[in-house]
Design a protein around this ligand. Structure first.
Ligand code: ABU
Length: 490
C-alpha cells in the first residue's frame, strides 16, 4: 500500500518534485557498442580513429569504468543530500585534461558554514536506487541474428520509463540492448509487488530484431539521400514492428510527446497511443536532426505555464534541432515559451562518445525550480538562473562515453505529481496523428523572438559553425538548413 496516499510509482511530468530515482551504473564489464543494423559507431578523435578501428563489443577500460562510476556515485550523493552549496571555481577536469571554470556543487552538513560567494540550497533528500550488476560482455542471439556483446547499464532512461503509475520497459532498437532492462528488473518487480493494486508493470512486445526490421541502406546513404529521407523521417528501423526507446518520450501530465527517431518508429508511437488511452500522445519531429535518438538533448520541458515564475511555462530547445512550427503551435497556444539552450560550454566530445555535444542540455529536474546540470555548463547555468531556476551541478563528462549524460543516467520513479492538463487548448484526434504531411519541414526560427514565444534568440550563429557532430555538420550543410541560409547571407 502507498505510504502517503501516493503510489510508490508516480511520475506524470518532467518537473514534479522528485522523491525516488534510479541512477545507472558503470559495471566493470560494460562494453563498447557493437556494430549492428541499428548502430554504426565511430571514434570521434581523428588521430585515434586513424590508429584503431571502433572497438565494438570489447569491454571498456578499467580506468574508464572507475571514472564514470565515481561521477555516478557523486551524483547519487548530491541527490541524497539535504543541503548543497554551489560556487564558481577553476578546477582541473579529468576528462578534458585541462583546467576549466566550473560551477561546483558540494554537499554540506551545516548550512551555517556557507562559503563566501556560494549559493546554498536546501534541496531535500531524494532516494536513489541502483541497477543490478551484469556481465555485458556476454553475447546474445535470437533467431537469425546475434550480437557479440551487450552494452551497459549506465542509461536506464533509454530502457525504462514511468508513465503515471505504470512502469514501462521499452522495446529498444539495438540487438545489443535486448536484455538491458533486466538490470532494472529487480527494482521494477519490487515496486510492483509493494503496490500491485496501483502500480502497473508493462512491456511492449519484444521485437524480433530480424534483419527485415531495418532499412539496411541507412548507413550507406549519401548526404543528398539523407536530406531526402529527412523529409520522410525514415531512419534505420522500418515499420514492421513497434519500436521505441524510453528516452524518446517526454511527459507533461495528460500529454506525452514522442520523438520519431532512429530508435522510435511510428508503430512504436501507435503502440503507446493505444496502451495509454487516458493520455494524449503526440508524435514530434525535428527535421534538421538527421540522426535523431532520444528527445532529452533536443526538447526538454522545464516548468508548466502554471508555475509561479516570471515568464511562465518553459521548454528548453536545441537551436540546431528546432521544432516544426506546426508542432510548436500547441505549445504557443497553451501559454508555453521556448527557451533556446545556450551553445554547449565544450564542443569537444570524449573519443568514444556516440552522443552529441548537446548532452549539455541533458538535465534532470528535481522540481519546477531546481535541476541538475553538468558542472562545466556555465552558459546554461546562467540562463537558467536568469529565468528563475536554482540549478545545481555535478561533473558528468566521463559518462559521455557511456551513451549519455545526467538525464540519460536516471529513471525517475516517484515525483510529487499528478495527471495535470497543461494543454487544455487543443483538439486531440489520435487517428489523424499519423496522416501528417511530412514534406513539412518548416521549423521555428531560432534567431527571432517570434513575438516573445522564443526566449534567448540565437544571435551568434558563428558559435555553431566549424565544430560539431556529424549530425550538426549535416544540418549546417543541408541546402535548406536555417544555418546554411544564415551563413550564405552573412
Ligand atoms: N542519449 C542522448 C543522446 C542525444 C544526442 O546525442 O543528442
Amino acid at each position: 500500500m502507498p505510504t502517503n496516499g501516493t503510489p510508490v510509482v508516480n511520475a506524470w511530468t518532467q518537473w514534479g518534485r522528485l522523491e525516488t530515482v534510479v541512477v545507472g551504473r558503470a559495471d566493470p564489464k560494460s562494453c563498447h557498442l557493437p556494430h549492428e543494423p541499428a548502430c554504426h559507431a565511430e571514434i570521434n578523435d581523428p588521430l585515434i580513429a586513424d590508429a584503431i578501428d571502433w572497438p565494438g563489443g570489447s569491454v571498456k577500460s578499467a580506468k574508464s569504468v572507475e571514472l564514470a562510476s565515481a561521477q555516478l556515485a557523486n551524483f547519487c550523493a548530491v541527490l541524497e543530500a539535504e543541503t548543497v552549496q554551489v560556487k564558481s571555481q577553476k578546477a582541473f577536469d579529468s576528462e578534458l585534461k585541462r583546467e576549466v571554470q566550473k560551477m561546483r556543487t558540494e554537499v554540506i552538513q551545516n548550512p551555517d558554514t556557507k562559503e563566501k560567494d556560494s549559493r546554498v540550497l536546501q534541496k531535500g533528500r531524494i532516494s536513489t536506487l541502483r541497477p543490478t550488476e551484469m556481465d555485458w560482455s556476454q553475447s546474445v542471439s535470437g533467431p537469425g541474428w546475434s550480437s557479440t556483446s551487450q552494452y551497459c547499464a549506465t542509461c536506464p532512461r533509454d530502457t525504462m520509463i514511468t508513465i503515471g503509475n505504470t512502469i514501462l520497459e521499452a522495446t529498444m532498437s539495438k540487438r545489443s540492448r535486448y536484455f538491458e532492462s533486466l538490470a532494472c528488473r529487480e527494482i521494477s518487480l519490487k515496486l510492483w509487488r509493494q503496490d500491485p493494486e496501483h502500480v502497473k508493470f508493462w512491456a511492449c512486445p519484444k521485437p524480433s530484431f530480424a534483419d527485415s526490421m531495418y532499412h539496411k541502406d541507412f548507413w550507406e546513404l549519401s548526404d543528398k539521400q539523407r536530406y531526402e529521407r529527412m523529409r520522410s523521417y525514415k531512419f534505420c528501423v522500418n515499420e514492421t514492428e513497434p519500436i521505441f526507446d524510453a528516452a524518446d518520450i517526454t511527459r507533461c501530465g495528460k500529454d506525452i510527446f514522442v520523438q520519431k527517431s532512429m530508435t522510435t518508429n511510428d508503430s512504436g508511437i501507435k503502440w503507446l497511443t493505444s496502451h495509454f488511452p487516458e493520455l494524449r500522445v503526440h508524435p514530434v519531429h525535428f527535421p534538421y536532426d538527421l540522426y535523431p535518438s532520444h528527445i532529452d538533448c533536443t526538447f526538454v520541458p522545464l516548468r508548466p505555464p502554471s508555475a509561479d515564475a516570471g515568464d511562465g511555462g518553459l521548454v528548453l530547445i536545441n537551436s540546431e534541432r528546432p521544432p516544426l512550427k506546426s508542432e510548436a503551435e500547441l505549445w504557443r497556444k497553451n501559454g508555453w515559451k521556448l527557451l533556446n539552450a545556450p551553445l554547449p560550454a565544450q564542443t569537444d566530445r570524449p573519443p568514444f562518445s556516440q552522443s552529441s555535444y548537446w548532452l549539455s542540455m541533458n538535465l534532470l529536474s528535481l522540481g519546477p525550480k531546481t535541476m541538475v546540470i553538468e558542472e562545466n555548463e556555465i552558459p546554461l547555468y546562467n540562463v537558467l538562473v536568469e529565468h528563475g531556476f536554482d540549478p545545481i551541478t555535478v561533473p558528468m563528462r566521463h559518462m559521455y562515453d557511456y551513451g549519455g549524460g545526467i538525464h540519460c543516467s536516471t529513471w525517475d520513479i516517484k515525483r510529487e505529481d499528478s495527471c495535470v492538463d497543461c494543454f487544455p487548448n487543443q483538439e486531440y484526434a489520435p487517428k489523424h496523428l499519423y496522416e501528417q504531411n511530412f514534406s513539412d519541414i518548416d521549423v521555428v526560427d531560432v534567431t527571432s523572438s517570434n513575438d516573445g514565444f522564443l526566449i534567448n534568440p540565437l544571435t551568434d550563429i558563428d558559435g555553431i559553425c566549424g565544430v560539431g557532430t556529424l549530425a550538426s555538420k549535416a544540418s549546417r550543410d543541408c541546402p535548406d538548413s536555417p544555418f546554411s541560409k544564415k551563413m550564405r547571407t552573412a
